[in-house]
Design a protein around this ligand. Structure first.
Ligand code: KIV
Ligand code: NA
Length: 264
């Protein structure tokens, strides 16, 4: 059982093997997800909502992410561990370096940042100094107040073209992975085909190289609103490890996400 790295994921992409990612915040769930075969674990700033009970991800701090990254890293053997850079922790080059270093030293193998053109310098700087970067485009939740709500992004030719251009520029700047969130499936397909690096989708249809979901949605324990693009796998399996296996199998077979989880 060899460790998953960004080059493993690139091989999966080239072989057309769909891979699976989940969020994780503690050692026990991380261990269960890792041992069932989830390829990528993300210590997401979604913790602001699912762990801390906030309405958005903005209150999450670098210390919060670092603490949960340490917890998750103790629980896993195989999965690639990505840590989210939280809101305003990468606004300047100095902050970006210091905070990304903290998360790598907490046990992450890659950091994730939300945004397009303005981030190119940071992506290049981090990569050149030894910190691999996962980019994140589309519905980037740290910008929820700019978007005016959690709304699908990339509708209309101009918006779609801008996101495609940003995806290509981020890859050129050195990003090794890209998450696309809540964009039309046609755009997700164009981006996935245009990039050499693996693209992981959430609310972006079955066309991306990998899929990611928030663990609380997969286990049906998110309070309040459950996104339309998500799926409660505990409901159909009744057991956490079986739920995770069902998610992995459905992604591998192209069964999830289905039409009902996808935006056109
Ligand atoms: O914070 C998070 O959980 C995320 C994923 C939904 C991609 O960024
Ligand atoms: Na996030």
């Amino acid at each position: 059982m060899s460790k998953i790295t960004s080059s493993t994921l690139r091989t999966f992409k080239n072989e057309g093997k769909k891979f699976t990612a989940l969020t994780a915040y503690d050692a026990s769930f991380a261990n269960a997800f890792d041992s069932e075969g989830v390829d990528v674990l993300l210590v997401g700033d979604s913790m602001g909502m699912v762990l801390q009970g906030h309405n958005d991800t903005l209150p999450v701090t670098v210390d919060d992410i670092a603490y949960h990254t340490r917890c998750v890293s103790r629980g896993i053997k195989r999965a690639l561990l990505i840590a989210d850079m939280p809101f305003m922790s990468y606004a300047t080059p100095e902050q970006t370096m210091t905070n990304a270093t903290t998360l790598m030293q907490a046990g992450a193998s890659m950091v994730k940042v939300e945004g397009g053109h303005w981030l190119l310098e940071s992506v290049k700087m981090l990569t050149e100094r030894g910190i691999p970067v996962c980019a994140h485009l589309g519905l980037t939740p740290q910008s929820v107040h700019v978007f005016g709500g959690f709304k699908i992004q990339g509708r209309g030719a101009d918006n779609a073209q801008r996101i495609l251009d940003e995806a290509k520029a981020l890859e050129a700047a050195g990003a090794q992975l890209l998450v696309v969130e809540c964009i039309p499936v046609e755009l997700a397909k164009t981006i996935t085909e245009a990039l050499t690096i693996p693209v992981i989708g959430i609310g972006a249809g079955a066309v991306t190289d990998g899929q990611i979901l928030v663990m609380h949605d997969v286990l049906g324990i998110s309070s309040g609103y459950i996104p339309r693009f998500s799926k409660n796998y505990l409901k159909q399996t009744g057991e956490i490890r079986s739920a995770v296996r069902a998610y992995i199998d459905e992604v591998a077979q192209g069964v999830f996400p289905a039409e009902e989880h996808t935006f056109n």
